[in-house]
Design a protein around this ligand. Structure first.
Ligand SMILES: NC(=O)c1ccc[n+]([C@@H]2O[C@H](COP(=O)([O-])OP(=O)(O)OC[C@H]3O[C@@H](n4cnc5c(N)ncnc54)[C@H](O)[C@@H]3O)[C@@H](O)[C@H]2O)c1
Length: 308
């Protein structure tokens, strides 16, 4: 049962936020989107949502966006582990200070619940491709993960202090239609775009690094479950528990798009995890989450999307 009427989706012009906003509207909720369009696009915002172009770091923008809202889905962020190594100040300014501004504003706004989009980047690198649970070592290897980890701790503590429920969702590698394109985020999107331009996909290192690729619809369903749940505070991984190597992804996509093209390898860069696979027992048991999609079932729709 959903007790909430009006949601704020920060970053709702971006990839995950726009899919989520659409789902909430379809469930009959009112939705406000706050986005500065630094990466997101206005055309991503679903019809029916109220759009406020503004910055999560600015109190005036945030207070305007929170008007009448009872639940916040905080998706807005600078989303690049790799860029955060050089641009650590800007990364922390948005991902950490922007989240603190949200918390400060929420405390006076009658908000009942915050669902915070965190990341698998909060974990230490794993030595094996076995799924890791939420109590796995929180020792991020890049500034992006450090800011997300600090932000989730502030969310949980300050929300509790203000009598607000708070659920932290640690998304693993999310893919799907409409992923925001940058050269650094979303290996599936990057490879598809390269192959459609008849260019070789570039793989860092030996390509045997393994990821948990989760469809954006599953991420959205985890958010909806977090909203509906009576759990007041918690941290949950959102993934599939399945490990797929970057080589396997390249192989699948080359075969599907252009079998004459082969990927090439360049030197491994710092800040990249070797293995990052979600243990999902906690979210399955407590929120009733179950990933619905195998990557092979949903990859064609992403290829078709970029072909169009
Ligand atoms: N995509 C993934 O694989 C993945 C994995 C783990 C966690 N996440 C998290 O999920 C969330 C959504 O990611 P996404 O893939 O949709 O990224 P995205 O870049 O598509 O969306 C982020 C949105 O935030 C907006 N934004 C950035 N800075 C802002 C600011 N200062 N004020 C207002 N808006 C701002 C951007 O314009 C963009 O529309 C992020 O918090 C990200 O860290 C994503």
């Amino acid at each position: 049962m959903n007790q909430y009427k009006k949601a704020l989706v920060t970053g709702g012009a971006g990839f995950i936020g726009s899919h989520l906003a659409k789902k909430l509207l379809a469930q009959g909720m009112q939705v406000t989107v706050l986005d500065d369009l630094s990466m997101g696009k206005e055309e991503n915002i679903p019809d029916g949502a109220v759009f406020i172009r503004g910055d999560i770091r600015f109190e005036d923008d945030m207070m305007r966006a929170l008007d009448g809202v009872d639940i916040v889905f905080h998706e807005a962020a600078r989303v690049s582990i790799r860029s955060s190594l050089k641009e650590f100040y800007d990364d922390a300014d948005t991902n950490f200070m922007g989240t603190l501004n949200l918390l400060k504003c929420c405390a006076d706004s009658g908000i009942k619940k915050i669902v915070f989009a965190s990341s698998m980047a909060v974990y230490a690198d794993s030595r094996t491709p076995d799924p890791i649970a939420e109590n796995y070592t929180p020792e991020p290897i890049a500034p992006y993960g450090i800011a997300k980890l600090a932000a989730e701790k502030y969310c949980l503590q300050l929300a509790q202090q203000a009598g607000i429920d708070c659920i932290v969702l640690r998304y693993f590698n999310t893919y799907g239609k409409g992923q925001t394109f940058t050269p650094y985020v979303g290996v599936i999107t990057i490879f598809i775009r390269k192959l459609l331009q008849n260019e070789q996909p570039m793989i860092y290192g030996d390509g045997e690094q393994k990821r948990d690729f989760v469809h954006v619809d599953d991420i959205v369903s985890a958010n909806v479950l977090a909203m509906q749940s009576s759990v007041s505070h918690g941290i949950y991984n959102v993934g599939t528990s399945k490990a797929t190597s970057v080589n396997e992804i390249a192989d699948i996509l080359c075969k599907k798009i252009n079998p004459d093209i082969k990927p090439y390898h360049v030197e491994q860069h710092s800040g990249e995890l070797r293995y990052s696979i979600a243990g999902i027992d906690h979210i399955s048991n407590e929120l009733g989450y179950k990933p619905s999609f195998e990557i092979i079932e949903r990859i064609d729709e992403v290829i078709d999307y970029y072909r169009d």
